[in-house]
Design a protein around this ligand. Structure first.
Ligand SMILES: [Zn+2]
Length: 181
């Protein structure tokens, strides 16, 4: 997602962008932001019907090496996510399917970050919040084009738990997930 959706970014937002919003692709830059710039809020922003997710789910062997290697990272996130979530992703509606996978992908990035001890410590001390959001460019969630939904907070991705979390402010009102366990 273009970071200017947050308005003026100069000296306010440390932005790292790559295809399929993968932590592993730019892990050094991300950890630098978290551990050295001491950002209090990291947002992993996925979006509906994501082309990178689509590409990772397709046969990308003909792509140049650099693209293949980044798409492989996306593909691994999705494969691991499928295994770990126990959810079935078999919708015939492709736009819905790729949006569900984009949501899963956001979860996997936060999970991966939390596996880093130093990052998890910051979250435990409440010095850092890891926020997963989904930007609904295609009205897949059904509340309008461009709506942004809270899908994950510090690894928690249960709708009811998130909605009942008292210190989330307006983020709790924006909780919505396509994939519900
Ligand atoms: Zn995308």
């Amino acid at each position: 997602m273009p970071v200017n959706i947050f308005g003026e970014i100069f000296n306010r937002i440390f932005s790292v962008e790559n295809i399929g919003n993968q932590v592993k692709t730019n892990e050094g830059s991300i950890l630098y932001g978290l551990l050295h710039l001491q950002t209090p809020l990291m947002i992993v922003a996925g979006h509906t019907d994501c082309g990178a997710i689509k590409a990772a789910e397709s046969n990308f062997l003909e792509e140049p090496m650099a693209i293949r290697s980044e798409l492989s990272i996306v593909k691994n996130s999705l494969d691991e996510g499928r295994l770990q979530s126990g959810l079935v992703f078999d919708s015939q509606d492709k736009q819905l399917l790729y949006s569900q996978l984009a949501e899963l992908n956001v979860d996997m990035q936060i999970k991966y970050l939390l596996a880093n001890r130093a990052v998890a410590d910051l979250v435990d001390k409440k010095e850092l919040m890891l926020l997963g959001v989904m930007v609904d460019l295609h009205n897949v969630y059904g509340n309008g084009y461009g709506a942004v939904y809270t899908s994950n907070v510090n690894g928690e991705c249960n709708n009811a738990v998130l909605q009942g979390t008292t210190n989330l402010g307006c983020l709790a009102e924006r909780v919505k997930r396509l994939m519900v366990k």
